[in-house]
Design a protein around this ligand. Structure first.
Ligand SMILES: Cc1ncc(COP(=O)(O)O)c(C=O)c1O
Length: 317
């Protein structure tokens, strides 16, 4: 039986302040973090007649691995379209890519793979919609990162869990914090919670994130507050301040976070806390899971960092 709900909430202290931490990383290993929530609809539902699931995104995406587990569980084929697979990853499969391949995922590189497609001109999602889906009637299509209306079902359940927990613990003044990629988790949480949701734009900048909110909801009252970063951070690049914070969270709090989204989530949150009267409210940070991605990110950091030899990654211990 897969545990897809009721993750525990810990109380932690970091940089002199108490936080609550929603441990969605402790849900089922293959369906942890926001994937458990966004893909709940697929995991829980019955889909007679469906034979295949089709997704797309980066070959290192957390969704690639989670969808491969889902396909295995449901006995579906799984096609995952990518623009290309970096040659290093191709030669040395690791992290989500390795685990998805082991689960039998059919990872199709449109630009470089053997099935190089004539009509492909750079937009993987559009290519799938226009060329692939008309031929694949017995399939379910999952847009990149799970940015899709049915993701609301599982995120609403997360909101209900949080609400119940806050009532039980008599917490009236609460802010919810989490980093955003597509913004799907944050926008649906804001829609179903009476508390302010604080987020940050990890992938494409604040304007991009606002556009994502608009595509998911026309009601502006469901848009979370976007906390700005002090400088422009590029998704997937390595930053000293990210790694320092990640290590501090691991050693001082004893919790491993992902290295792509959570460092910016915490950086912007700590800045916000320092700037505002934050002692007037409690903060609940939602762990987003995605730790398998650290298997490719951490070696990159270790290669460039002199002081990081002491860090024991979860997957090596
Ligand atoms: C670890 C992790 N954190 C945060 C996010 C961002 O979630 P969303 O796309 O719902 O904003 C993702 C992407 O799904 C993720 O894998």
């Amino acid at each position: 039986m897969i545990n897809l709900a009721h993750s525990p909430t810990d109380k932690i202290t970091f940089r002199g302040r108490d936080y609550f931490l929603k441990r969605d990383d402790l849900l089922a290993p293959a369906f942890s973090g926001n994937k458990a929530r966004k893909f709940y609809y697929l995991l829980d539902g019955e889909f007679p007649g469906i034979k295949k699931i089709i997704g797309h995104g980066s070959p290192q995406a957390n969704s690639l691995y989670t969808l491969s587990e889902l396909a295995k569980l449901k006995n579906w084929q799984f096609d995952f379209y990518v623009d290309h697979v970096p040659s290093f990853l191709n030669k040395h499969p690791a992290g989500n890519y390795r685990a998805a391949l082991a689960n039998g995922a059919n990872i199709i590189a449109l630009k470089t793979g053997p099935l190089k497609r004539e009509k492909y001109c750079g937009g993987v999602g559009e290519y799938i919609q226009q060329v692939i889906l008309p031929e694949e009637r017995e399939s379910i299509f999952v847009p990149e990162g799970g940015r899709v209306a049915w993701a609301e079902l599982g995120v609403k359940r997360l909101a209900e869990e949080i609400l119940l927990w806050s009532q039980k613990n008599k917490i009236r003044s609460l802010k919810i914090a989490l980093p955003s990629g597509t913004g799907t988790t944050a926008v649906f949480l804001q829609k179903h919670l009476p508390f302010e949701v604080l987020t940050c734009a990890c992938v494409g900048g604040e304007e991009y994130l606002k556009k994502q909110f608009m595509e998911l909801s026309t009601d502006q009252s469901t848009y979370p507050t976007i906390l700005s970063a002090r400088k422009k951070y590029h998704f997937g690049k390595l930053y000293d301040e990210y790694f320092t914070l990640w290590k501090a969270l691991k050693t001082e709090v004893g919790v491993e976070f992902d290295l792509l989204y959570d460092p910016l989530g915490w950086l912007t949150l700590l800045d916000h806390v320092a700037r505002s009267k934050s002692d007037e409210w409690e903060i609940l940070y939602i762990h987003q899971g995605g730790l398998l991605g650290n298997e490719t990110m951490l070696p990159r950091y270790l290669r460039v960092s002199k002081q990081s030899r002491v860090i024991q990654p979860r997957f090596l211990t």
